[in-house]
Design a protein around this ligand. Structure first.
Ligand code: ADP
Length: 188
């Protein structure tokens, strides 16, 4: 099978994880979430997990080189790069590193899905997720910080990908199946 690289972007609470896994399954891609990978490192108490834990709890960004090394390790064991990236790249530096990484593997970005959800709805979703899942970075102050970091460091990447004609904008408000179908429709 040929390589394929999809990227799903959007603010905290937009539904990247949930929709990313669904889209990945349909396209036979590995869903690669840097947030999930980091939480796994924290749970296993690896060196990386130890370095990342406090940063994540503060809602700040783990340094680019640690993230890029972690992603490289994931791509290394794939014969053909077929991934859906969720939560990476998150800074301009990571975007540049990703281009270089993909070039090394002879792959390139296929499309970038932007999940659009209004701020009021994001806050509501994150509050209810905090009640249900108890993720340790879903407290109010950390959520606010994550939103700020998204606006400052990550949102500019949307223009970067739009300028390359890769950006596909999708309304992320609605039930799960509706949003999945919208994404599929937009990618078709
Ligand atoms: P969300 O998109 O809801 O903020 P994630 O699960 O994607 O949640 O990320 C949780 C935390 O993990 C982030 O706040 C950050 O501390 C860290 N993180 C995840 N991905 C990256 C990345 N690409 N670069 C730096 N830090 C990251």
């Amino acid at each position: 099978m040929a390589s394929e690289v999809l990227l799903i972007m959007g603010p905290p609470g937009a539904g990247k994880g949930t929709q990313g896994k669904r889209i990945a399954a349909r396209h036979d891609l590995r869903a690669l979430s840097t947030g999930d990978l980091l939480r796994d490192h924290v749970a296993r108490g690896t060196d990386l997990g130890t370095q990342a834990q406090a940063i994540m709890e503060a809602g700040e960004l783990v340094p680019d080189h640690l993230i890029v090394d972690m992603v490289r390790t994931e791509l290394d064991d794939m014969d053909e790069v077929r991934v859906l990236l969720d939560g990476f790249p998150r800074t301009p530096g990571q975007a540049v590193s990703l281009d270089a990484l993909l070039a090394e593997y002879g792959a390139e970005m296929s499309a970038v899905i932007q999940l659009q959800v209004p701020d009021e709805e994001l806050v509501e979703r994150l509050v209810s997720r905090a009640e249900q899942e108890g993720r340790s970075d879903d407290g109010e102050a950390t959520v606010r910080k994550r939103m700020e970091v998204y606006a400052e460091a990550t949102r500019p990447l949307l223009d970067f990908y739009d300028a390359r004609n890769l950006l596909v904008r999708v309304d992320g408000v609605g039930d799960l199946d509706t949003v999945t179908e919208r994404i599929e429709g937009a990618l078709a």
